[in-house]
Design a protein around this ligand. Structure first.
Ligand code: GLV
Ligand code: MN
Ligand code: MN
Length: 392
């Protein structure tokens, strides 16, 4: 089932995927989702925030058990982060049908919109809007690299941006949410197990640092006369690494915009995005405070673009999953530094859990991300067992 998706948004030069929310690739992926729902006779709904739901049974009377993930990607991402969870959801439903199971509760497959935040900077946009943790006015005014707002982009896609926001009617259909995801690390390799269960998601956030300087000629401006924002930016990157090591967290600057971006000119502005995460929220906050203090001296401005508090998944639910998905020996229960829609739903009070499928190299957010077919199949069996158990 991953085959028909393999070409969508793929950069032939790198093999990586570029699947921004509401892009042509995303629209094609949505079409695929609708097709898979239709082929199975599921009832397809798109909520006000652009999330897609395919229902087996009617959840209006009784909240259902929902599974799924997202189809968008980081820029130059791999084939599994997101799509594996959606494909496995449909495959698990097929397996339940093959087993002759008629679930006592409605079962839904979901595809959340813009999980990665690659286009507008805020991750888990679909689930944040759905649960109301992201204000609609803020979301709609976010801009992409071309300066288009989310409102513009949704309008162009034929959607109604003025309708986005907390959606209690849709939330009420979700009794329990289970997201299957490729592991973004090698814990399952070390455990020698194909499938694991999520324990917790580290608190994490993104901050934008703007370093202002004065654009000028690279050849004729004396060093003493320069106001080059690249220098405090470079100091910030090195300080982030040093502070991360000192505070036992991780910090990354993976996106930088240099304006105007001439090889032969001193830049006028450097914008850099810091991603910081760790088991201890205070340590993550302290790292950001260190960097804010350092860059403040250079006149930089710092803005928090997103923050996700720690998520401790419901303990009885995750233990139940570990038992059911483990096939005799409980599946390992693992913490993760990656964010997921399941975390947003859990924080909003929806009983939520996650299954992880072994990733032989642990690499993710890269074209090299991989999962073996046999492990993906084990993931589908585990997910079907979990759905059957939760519906029983
Ligand atoms: C999502 O993949 C994230 O953790 O950034
Ligand atoms: Mn991801
Ligand atoms: Mn993901």
């Amino acid at each position: 089932m991953l085959e028909p998706l393999a070409h969508i948004g793929r950069d032939p030069a790198t093999g990586g995927y570029v699947r921004d929310a509401w892009s042509a690739a995303d629209m094609e992926l949505r079409e695929w989702f609708a097709g898979e729902a239709g082929r199975r006779g599921l009832d397809l709904r798109e909520d006000r925030n652009g999330n897609l739901w395919a229902w087996w049974g009617d959840p209006s009377g009784r909240p259902g058990v929902v599974t799924g993930s997202h189809l968008d990607s980081v820029r130059q991402g791999g084939a599994y982060d997101g799509p594996l969870g959606v494909v496995s959801a449909f495959a698990a439903l097929d397996l339940l049908k093959e087993r002759g199971t008629t679930p006592a509760r409605p079962v839904g497959v979901v595809c959340f919109t813009d999980e990665e935040g690659a286009r507008f900077g805020v991750p888990c946009m679909g689930s944040r809007l759905l649960t109301g943790v992201l204000a609609p006015e803020r979301a709609l005014a976010l801009t992409d690299d071309s300066g288009d707002t989310l409102a513009d982009v949704m309008t162009k896609a034929g959607r109604a941006p003025h309708e986005v926001g907390r959606d209690d009617e849709t939330l009420a259909t979700v009794g329990t949410f289970v997201e299957l995801h490729v592991e973004q690390g090698q814990a399952l390799v070390h455990e020698g197990r194909p499938v694991g269960v999520a324990a917790a998601i580290w608190p994490h956030g993104r901050w934008r640092f703007d370093f202002h300087g004065r654009a000028d000629h690279a050849g004729t401006t004396r060093l003493a006369d320069r106001n080059d924002p690249m220098l405090p930016f470079a100091r910030m990157v090195l300080a982030a690494r040093e502070a991360a090591a000192r505070r036992d967290v991780v910090a990354t600057v993976g996106k930088v915009r240099v304006s105007p971006g001439n090889a032969n000119a001193i830049p006028g502005l450097v914008s850099a995005w810091l991603d910081a995460r760790g088991a201890d929220e205070a340590a993550v906050r302290a790292l950001v405070a260190d960097l804010t203090e350092l860059t403040d001296q250079a006149g930089a401005t710092v803005r928090e673009e997103s923050w996700t508090p720690v998520v401790d998944f419901d303990v009885p639910l995750r233990e139940r999953l570990a038992r059911v998905a483990g096939g005799g020996t409980p599946a390992p229960v693992l913490p993760t530094g990656a964010g997921h829609d399941a975390g947003i739903l859990a924080s909003a009070g929806v009983p939520s859990a996650m299954l992880f499928v072994r990733n032989p190299t642990g690499v993710s957010h890269s074209p090299d991300e991989h999962a073996e077919r046999a492990d993906c199949e084990a993931g589908v069996v585990a997910l079907a067992d979990v759905l059957e158990d939760l519906c029983g």
